[in-house]
Design a protein around this ligand. Sequence first.
Ligand code: KG4
Length: 338
Amino acid sequence: MTRILAIESSCDETAVAITEDGKLLANVVATQISVHEKYGGVMPEIASRLHAENITVCLTEALRQAKCKLEDIDAFAVTRGPGLIGCLHVGLQAAKTLAMLYKKPLIPVHHLAGHIYANQYVGEFKYPMLCVVVSGGNTELVIMKGELDFEIIGETLDDAVGECYDKVARVLGLPYPGGLPIDQHAKLGQPVYPIHRPKMPHDTYNFSYSGIKTQVINMVNTMKMKGEVVNIDDMACSFQRVAVGMITDRAMRAAKNYGVKQIVLAGGVSANSYLRDQMQKKVKGTSIELIIPPLWCTTDNAAMIAKVAEKLYVRKVFAPLTLGVDPNWRLDEWDKFE
Ligand code: KG4
């Protein structure tokens, strides 16, 4: 029997999960959204302080849910990156302290590997597989040909799609995080505003969101200056068609070119209803299977970190207690750490 305790603190959620032979015994998430809301985005300094305040409470609650003690844990896993440096530090220090005190292995986990492996709570992976990783900090298309075998075939050249949703929401006066409000308003609107995709090579798998963001911000500000009323539903819909269209087109082209058996959606933006609908429509009638994560594992949590840690435990991928965080850790370098 193997019990793993995993910690996630890369952005604005402090999370602790405990698994026993793959079964989730505890999954605690303390979100800071209500604090960052008033700033319209995550304030890194405040986020790290809150992680420091919340981590012990989350650990205690996870142990209570799992009905076990720290002595019963076989390994301590933690998100080492990517993420906000100060935030990552809090989780890492906690995991290192526990690993040292209880003389158990320390397992360094890549945050995006976590988002991808969250889907294993839904179904088994079939390779080759395409992962559509869309979150507040990352936008990547990843091909997996086997367990923990990640090849990044496309990524954003500037902003992440989630960040773009949040900035567009802000200019429209919608609350933070902006993904869900935009998703909801878009359902009520029509794509009447001329928002264009960036001009990029037709065969690229890369993304670019800063131009789309600037188009919306400029259009809204110009309309306001002229005293025109911005229809929020229509603007959200016009923006979302373009933002999501770029993801679905590239994903389907990659899926066909790489002959994938499965596509999995991962990350906060995979909660988007239009993205989910569009992907379902596009795989219909093909042999490609689509895994859509349940909403609870689209946002940051430690259950997904524990899922990756289970694989790393079997492979004995353990880190020394001198381990440092890496805010820019690349997914294809998940086994390179120090
Ligand atoms: O995965 P996540 O928690 O962040 C990172 O780990 O980077 O994702 C948060 C992002 C935010 O930008 C939020 O606006 C977006 O996911 N999001 C959505 C939706 N729900 C959350 N974006 C579009 N549609 C949604 N329904």
